[in-house]
Design a binder for this molecule. Structure first.
Ligand SMILES: C[S@@+](CC[C@H](N)C(=O)[O-])C[C@H]1O[C@@H](n2cnc3c(N)ncnc32)[C@H](O)[C@@H]1O
Length: 257
């Protein structure tokens, strides 16, 4: 990659360190992809982000910022032809190994690239999906241009992201002794103002998830967590102002024709 920014260099170095320790020998379970056929009503952002893709069999799907490639394997097992890219060469090495290890090496391909200039040809993809990636790309205008370039007419992109719209909530959270390891800092989480930049290029649909489900860090019972998730979904569907306090968000971007 030529002329990459300071942000990209830092991301590359950091994630080369993270993925450099991994082998890619991680076997996914069949339920990891079969469960989506059983679920009608998604109670969490990840499940929703897969359900809104619809039937992906035979489609060209891009795993945007693929990391170790776990999602690419899931999508390939669901019948898609998957390409993935990441700024970290170590991530790409692990994603290739993981795809081979899970028996989908022949319908996946991976390369090193940046979300601002991925290097794939124009209009290559029916669908783009990304998990926890948008907040790593500070320049949302450049990102929107690249997404628009990559999508076929009628295509859509779906992102599932940590949401940090409320400074009030972030301040309150500092008083609660819960683990936040692995979550981006508040100032790096996606906000409505970031999504507004994407609106210049795309028709946008958002669905927020998680209010009281933050308690899953202290509650260890699956039935209780499921009940809390259901309650959160009910509140977020019916009380609009609460959406800004959500924990994650799924953003669907539709190409304007
Ligand atoms: C939190 S990880 C998520 C990875 C993967 N989507 C997953 O769900 O495991 C963020 C990923 O974004 C990648 N990344 C950061 N900046 C990037 C950029 N400008 N272009 C492409 N990938 C980038 C990192 O290397 C890392 O793999």
């Amino acid at each position: 990659m030529n002329n990459i920014s300071k942000e990209e260099v830092e991301e590359e170095e950091f994630f080369d360190g993270v993925y450099g320790k991994l082998t890619g020998k991680w076997k996914l379970e069949s339920d990891d992809w079969e469960k989506f056929a059983r679920i009608d009503n998604a109670l969490d952002g990840y499940t929703h982000s897969i359900k809104v893709l619809g039937d992906i069999s035979g489609l060209k799907v891009l795993d945007f910022g693929c990391g170790n490639g776990w999602l690419s394997v899931v999508l390939a097992k669901m019948g898609a032809n998957v390409s993935g890219f990441d700024i970290s060469k170590e991530a790409v090495r692990v994603a290739r190994a993981m795809s081979e290890f899970n028996g989908v090496g022949d319908i996946t391909d991976f390369k090193v690239g940046s979300g601002y200039a991925s290097g794939f040809p124009e209009q290559s993809f029916d669908l783009i999906i990304g998990q926890a990636i948008l907040h790593h790309l500070g320049d949302k205008e450049m990102l929107a241009k690249e997404l628009n370039r990559l999508l076929k007419p009628g295509g859509k992109a779906v992102f599932h992201e940590c949401f940090g719209n409320s400074l009030l909530l972030e301040r309150a959270r500092l008083w609660v002794p819960v683990a936040t390891e692995g979550e981006p800092h508040w100032d790096e989480q996606l906000k409505y103002s970031d999504i507004d930049v994407l609106r210049d290029v795309f028709e946008v649909k958002c669905k927020e998830f998680g209010l009281f489900s933050r308690l899953d860090r202290v509650v260890n019972n699956r039935a209780i967590i499921r009940a809390i998730n259901k309650f959160d979904c009910f509140l977020l569907a019916n009380v609009k102002f609460l959406r800004r306090y959500a924990r994650t968000i799924v953003v669907e971007l539709y190409r304007k024709e």
